[in-house]
Design a protein around this ligand. Structure first.
Ligand code: SF4
Length: 70
């Protein structure tokens, strides 16, 4: 059975990583995490490790090594 892991998922962007073996999940739009003193929302997308997974997995057509996640 095939592993359904982030590094093989169409939504994963390894190029946005700031740590080795991590990437950004682009499945959903950025979520507001905090509101600054001027009332501006600061959003982020979740960072995951390459071997993580979730129920939203969708197989990428090619290697994600150069994909943008879309
Ligand atoms: S968290 Fe889920 S949707 Fe996001 S990249 Fe990983 S498997 Fe794909």
């Amino acid at each position: 059975m095939e592993d359904k892991i982030c590094e093989d998922c169409v939504y994963w962007d390894p190029n946005a990583a700031v740590h080795n073996d991590c990437g950004v999940c682009n499945r959903y739009p950025p979520q507001i995490a905090t509101i600054d003193s001027e009332g501006m929302g600061k959003g982020f997308r979740p960072m995951t490790k390459s071997l993580e997974s979730c129920g939203e997995f969708k197989k990428a057509k090619a290697s994600n090594a150069t994909a943008t996640g879309y």
